[in-house]
Design a protein around this ligand. Structure first.
Ligand SMILES: [Zn+2]
Length: 276
């Protein structure tokens, strides 16, 4: 399998979920071998590679940091890149956070379909495992097993009467656009005040997140895209976080109670173990 990039540039603008900043983002085709690179045009063009080594904070989103510059909430865009097999991309932003859009990756998927994906004349880097690797943190577990195809299975359990125990699965042959991309981020109403006090979700609203009022139900009036939309969103996030490997994992990934901290810690530990 060769590397891919976008055929045409795409543009997005909107508010950042956590910073509340209005940001315009341009996605530009990039040469083979360059990887996905974020560029803060408002900070003199500081470049931040989308690689595990540049992960800064992982509190409720994945933030990349380099040379004093940050880009928050990279995971939904990176998830769409994983879903469409995009290896190389230049992501120019004029602010500190990727726009949250509707809280899913649906608009990326639609834009990528319209722009087209172009095959490049270089083989995709792959990460092969010779044996299983498991990472645990508290009640969370991420397990990587050798496999011919990349696949993910996710189980979530927030002890919530509304969400219940949910599972979701995805393989690289499934249709990312319809099965994963539309699934929105979510939070519990009782967390909102705490998150706001901790300087998070300044840009959060019912337009970009499912909000759960335990035990009554979802606050949003829009219907769910899937009964297990929450688990599918956690899978969306995991795909995005694991894209920071900078290569395609040839692995079957099983995740119990995934989240940005454990996803990134597990990937970091895996890359150290494999010495890549
Ligand atoms: Zn997310």
């Amino acid at each position: 399998m060769n590397q891919h990039t976008l055929r045409q540039p795409c543009r997005f603008s909107g508010i950042g979920l956590h910073t509340g900043c209005e940001v315009t983002m341009h996605l530009l085709p990039a040469p083979a071998g360059s990887g996905i690179v974020f560029v803060r045009t408002d900070l003199g063009g500081v470049e931040i590679p989308a690689l595990a080594a540049f992960v800064g904070s992982t509190q409720r989103s994945t933030c990349l940091a380099h040379e004093g510059a940050e880009v928050h909430t990279v995971e939904h865009l990176l998830s769409a890149c994983a879903g469409f097999g995009i290896d190389n991309l230049r992501v120019q932003l004029d602010g500190p956070e990727v726009p949250i859009l509707d809280g899913s990756a649906a608009r990326y998927a639609a834009a990528f379909r319209e722009a087209g994906v172009e095959e490049q004349n270089a083989p995709r880097r792959e990460i092969l495992l010779s044996e299983p690797f498991e990472f645990t943190a508290g009640e969370s577990l991420i397990r990587f097993e050798p496999a011919d195809r990349y696949s993910l299975e996710v189980e979530i359990d927030f002890h919530s009467q509304v969400i219940g125990l949910q599972r979701a699965a995805f393989t690289e042959d499934d249709d990312y656009s319809t099965q994963v991309a539309p699934c929105r981020t979510f939070c519990f109403l009782h967390e909102v005040e705490f998150l706001r006090k901790n300087n998070l979700i300044k840009g959060g609203s019912l337009d970009n997140a499912l909000v759960i009022d335990e035990p009554r139900g979802y606050v949003n009036d829009t219907p769910l895209h899937f009964p297990n939309e929450c688990a599918r969103h956690k899978l969306l996030d995991l795909l995005g976080d694991l894209q920071l490997a900078g290569a395609r994992l040839r692995a079957r990934v099983t995740a119990v109670k995934p989240g940005h901290s454990v996803n990134n810690a597990a990937l970091h530990a895996l890359l150290i173990r494999l010495n890549v």
